[in-house]
Write a protein that binds this ligand. Structure first.
Ligand code: CUA
Length: 323
């Protein structure tokens, strides 16, 4: 009796503890709302599968409860056997054919949706915006057609086909902004592509979806969709102005702290190398000790932007270091 009571207590606790998780997030079982045609198709496929699996779950659990109740032992001795039933052609056909039909419907529907998810709409090939996405340890870099770069925030015009070329110079990452489509891996030595078309202005959040090292969780991304003129003004001037700050805050600060004061990595605020382009470039591009080559492929202009920001906002002077 005591054991039964404590078991009941444990089960109740577990049920209470998990109920909140099940009810959390937007609706619990529903995916993020779609704001790009490919994301909408992924959601449609999700809901079809959810419908089948939900119905099967209810059916199986209900049958389980009914059978447990209806065929309980009612105090009969354990040694008594029930009626022996062998074969029922009709039942066996039914429970073979129904799952085959369900799988065929799901498979057929997914193949019907797939081209609109993975293929770039061909008609728009000439009228699309091409942007390169680089997954680095531990940030996302975006390269725009005019040569501008941004870190962590991807700026795009609303209602425009954006064609992404996805690369990684170091380890496997995965680009994922759920409201704008599925995951696309960023793999060293392999170039992948995906696309989206944001249907409303706003900010869409994403996160690297492939475990890539100690600061995997820091690899968040935002897609900021604005009007075409705002986008043009961003890439033609604002991106360059923000580059140094976003490099420091999005790349260096992850390990060294927002003021370079030291966190996971050492204090760099007082290190003179921080403000010497010739000294900083090889460390940033090639890595140093346990520091990964965070700026692999960075141009001189990108290094220069970082040094300018560090000079203005971070560097405290060698004298302040105190060793
Ligand atoms: Cu990049 Cu996880």
């Amino acid at each position: 009796m005591r054991r039964k009571l404590s078991l009941f207590f444990l089960v109740t606790l577990a049920a209470l503890a998990t109920a909140g998780i099940a009810a959390a997030t937007n609706g619990g079982l529903t995916p993020e709302s779609a704001h790009s045609p490919n994301a909408a198709r992924i959601n449609t496929a999700y809901y079809l599968i959810l419908g089948f699996t939900g119905a099967i779950f209810v059916l199986v659990e209900a049958a389980l409860v009914v059978f447990i109740w209806k065929y309980r032992s009612r105090g009969r001795p354990r040694t008594i056997e029930g009626a022996q039933v062998h074969g029922n052609t009709r039942l066996e056909l039914i429970w073979t054919v129904i799952p085959v039909v369900i799988l065929a419907v799901i498979g057929g529907f997914v193949f019907y949706e797939l081209p609109g998810i993975s293929n770039v709409p061909a008609a728009n090939a000439g009228d699309r915006l091409n942007i390169t996405v680089e997954g680095h340890q531990f940030y996302w870099q975006f390269d725009y057609p005019n040569g501008a770069h941004s870190i962590a925030d991807l700026h795009v015009p609303v209602d425009k086909f954006v064609y992404l070329t996805i690369k990684s110079p170091d380890v496997n990452h995965s680009w994922w902004v759920p409201q704008l489509g599925g995951k696309t891996d960023a793999i060293p030595g392999q170039t992948n592509h995906t696309w989206f078309k944001a249907d409303r202005a706003g900010t869409y959040v994403g996160q690297c979806a492939e475990f890539c090292g100690v600061f995997h969780e820091a690899m968040r991304a935002r897609v900021i969709a604005t009007s075409a003129p705002e986008y043009e003004s961003y890439v033609s001037s604002q991106a360059q102005k923000e580059l140094g700050r976003s490099e420091f805050q999005g790349v260096c600060a992850t390990c060294h702290g927002m003021q370079g004061q030291g966190a996971y990595g050492p204090n760099i605020a007082s290190n003179p190398l921080l403000v010497q382009p010739s000294g900083l470039a090889p460390i940033v591009r090639n890595g140093f000790g346990t520091m990964p080559p965070v700026g692999e492929g960075w141009s001189d202009a990108q290094i220069k932007a970082l040094v300018q920001y560090a000079k203005a906002k971070i560097y405290k002077g060698a004298a302040a270091s105190g060793g």
